[in-house]
Ligand binder design. Structure first.
Ligand SMILES: *Cc1c(COP(=O)(O)O)cnc(C)c1O
Ligand code: SF4
Length: 345
């Protein structure tokens, strides 16, 4: 194994990249040498295009079917209204379901609580279940109330920073937030869910690494990579820095029709992640969000695929295939192989 570059990026690089990110479908297509004829994308989507250049650089030139491009290019199919596909399939914004414990604080499962730290992401993924989320109602920057609640509830042992993308917080804001969480004695773990190490590895700055290194609570960083083509020497460098700073690196993917619904792609994804120091964690069924039906696949098909992947991989490289059912006490594993009952004794 060749030792990757382990130096972080300069603090201002990621913000510069973010300002220069693609925001117009036709500019992204022209960068990729694909004719923008007005029929292969939606020029006026309600959820805008956003793609940082380092991610666009991993797309294949001239290929409209590229799996990275397909995750971010607004499609006219998003306008189709299909029965069963709704704005908030997980009920996260439904106060009646009782998941919200304070503004921008969601608790569904015992012991861990999810904090919405930022309204936005560095990339807009077309399949996202939060694409309709009314972030403006959550005053995500008002963290004080959320922290008060965590302080007062000794059952909370893990705080999950989510978003949007928590690593869109600047180095100082993130350090302040992590310090406040670390001061709460009963919190034992901090988890960060972020797609930035993949789509904008330049986010890995000396300041971020200092914050991770000095965290009292061990940090699990769950990145979000769907396809092996999303990994390159930049992600490898970002992961190496993050691991050196003590973070445990995990990955979650979404199973997406036309993007990664091939056993060979999923197998290669797990192996490439491991080569870069990241362990597979979850493979999520897509949620039935309106505008995303073209990414959806049936549970039957997902289970078939998963069994093929299972046969290819070492056990520790196999992510858990799950879906989210509102009201359950955990993510729900998909029923895979049905085994005959074994008689004991
Ligand atoms: C997925 C999720 C979690 C984390 O669940 P794990 O199974 O521990 O990864 C926590 N809170 C919410 C609201 C979630 O959606
Ligand atoms: S990074 Fe995650 S939360 Fe953000 S748009 Fe993509 S899928 Fe949604």
């Amino acid at each position: 194994m060749i030792t990757p570059n382990r130096t972080p990026w300069q603090p201002d690089e990621w913000q510069k990249e973010l300002r220069n990110a693609f925001r117009q479908p036709d500019l992204l297509l022209s960068y990729l040498g694909i004719p923008a004829d007005g029929r292969n994308f939606d020029a006026h989507p309600d959820f805008p295009l956003l793609v940082p250049q380092p991610f666009a650089a991993r797309m294949r030139h001239g290929d409209p079917a590229d799996p990275l491009l397909q995750q971010v290019l607004p499609s006219l199919q998003e306008r189709e209204q299909l029965p069963g596909f709704v704005q908030d399939p997980l009920g996260e914004d439904d106060a009646a379901q009782g998941f919200q414990r304070a503004p921008s604080l969601i608790q569904k499962y015992q012991g861990r609580i999810l904090m919405i730290t930022t309204p936005g992401c560095a990339v807009n993924c077309r399949y996202c279940f939060r694409r309709h989320f009314p972030y403006q109602d959550h005053k995500p920057r008002a963290h004080a109330q959320a922290l008060d609640l965590i302080r007062s509830d000794t059952n909370i042992s893990e705080v999950i920073l989510s978003g949007g993308d928590p690593l869109l917080l600047g180095d100082q804001a993130l350090a302040d937030l992590m310090n406040q969480i670390n001061e709460i004695e009963h919190v034992q773990r901090i988890r960060i869910h972020s797609r930035l190490p993949i789509v904008l590895p330049q986010r890995v700055t000396p300041g971020l690494l200092d914050t991770l290194r000095s965290s009292r609570c061990p940090v699990a960083l769950v990145v979000h990579c769907n396809h092996p083509q999303e990994l390159d020497t930049q992600t490898e460098r970002a992961f190496a820095c993050l691991r050196d700073a003590g973070a445990h690196l995990l990955n979650q993917s979404v199973l997406l029709a036309g993007i990664n619904d091939e056993p060979s792609v999923l197998g290669e994804l797990s192996q490439s992640l491991f080569e870069q120091g990241v362990l597979p964690y979850y493979l999520h069924m897509p949620d039935a969000v309106s505008g995303t039906a073209h990414f959806y696949l049936s549970e039957q098909r997902a289970i078939e695929l998963y069994e093929q992947v299972r046969a290819m991989l070492s056990g520790y490289l196999l992510p858990r295939l799950v879906r989210e059912i509102p009201g359950k006490t955990s993510k729900t594993p998909l029923p895979t192989e049905r085994l005959p009952l074994v008689e004991v004794g």
